[in-house]
Design a protein around this ligand. Structure first.
Ligand code: MG
Length: 158
């Protein structure tokens, strides 16, 4: 990753340890060829810098709206979906149900803040992560801290 962008990403406010940010960057580089990279949830843009450092800074499009409402209008397969939105069950489920079906075959679903132990963090992201794995549509290809990367290897998302 470009040193200047790495510095900007690390300096940006947000909740993304450097190792997880680099994993996100590497995933964007690897999967962007399969379709657009979509991020759900942006606080101060820290993870967006990691995602766009794949050389697409000029191609970032910001969509302001509720994730579920935007998903209802969406019609294009995605190379990567990064779920890092609301951490209530309702929000996480809406993000999963609205966007996971749009992950192209061979694309990747990334979920942040996945904690198996409730003492470490809220369980909503963990529950949609479990659901994605159980569906048989996704296969885990990498884990970096609380960031889990699941490649689309099957049809129905369940
Ligand atoms: Mg997060």
């Amino acid at each position: 990753m470009d040193a200047e962008l790495l510095e900007a990403a690390e300096a940006a406010e947000g909740f993304m340890p450097p190792a997880e940010g680099l994993a996100l960057f590497e995933a964007a580089v690897r999967y962007a060829g399969r379709g657009p990279v979509l991020e759900i949830g942006s606080y101060c843009g820290k993870s967006t810098i990691y995602l766009a450092a794949a050389g697409v800074e000029d191609d970032v499009v910001v969509v302001v709206g509720r994730s579920a409402e935007v998903a209802r209008l969406w019609r294009a397969p995605l190379g990567m979906v990064f779920i890092d939105g609301g951490h209530t069950d309702a929000a996480a489920v809406a993000d999963y149900e609205g966007w996971a079906p749009w992950v192209a075959p061979g694309g990747v679903l990334a979920i942040h803040d996945v904690f198996a132990d409730p003492a470490e963090g809220g369980q909503a992201p963990y529950r949609i992560y479990r659901r994605a794995v159980r569906s048989g549509a996704f296969t885990q290809v990498r884990r970096e801290g609380s960031l889990h990367l699941l490649e689309r290897t099957g049809p129905g998302i369940g």
